[in-house]
Design a protein around this ligand. Sequence first.
Ligand SMILES: [Zn+2]
Length: 148
Amino acid sequence: MSMALWKGSPNFNTGRNGSSVDRIVIHYIVGTLAAADATFADPNAQVSAHYGIGEGAVHQYVNEMDTSWHAGDLAMNRRSIGIEHSADQSRPPDATTYAASAELCARICRDFGIDPNTQIIGHSDVVSTACPGTVDLQRIISETAALV
Ligand SMILES: [Zn+2]
């Protein structure tokens, strides 16, 4: 499941305004990957992420060199890669989603020199939000660190 399927989104800024990528921000969709696909394809939604994972698939919406609109904070958006996970308040991610997330995060950590133990953060570490909800952030960090 290492290859992401390109979906695209109109919701992004070209480039990163000179910022280097030094964070991965973890999110939950509050729905399935199909819900993320629909939201990120809608220009009126004004939100996106670089990747979404769920139901056995990895989708990409924004190029890593560009700024996606996921963290609710422009400076953090410019310095981070945002990853959405299929889950909701009563449904945590499944094991397949965790495994795909760790694989993707490990590749990003290698490419950008990111330390998984300190530079993979939850959306709620950026702004006040319930996101990433039922996603076990420490599990993603641990599974990623084992691969880097
Ligand atoms: Zn979020």
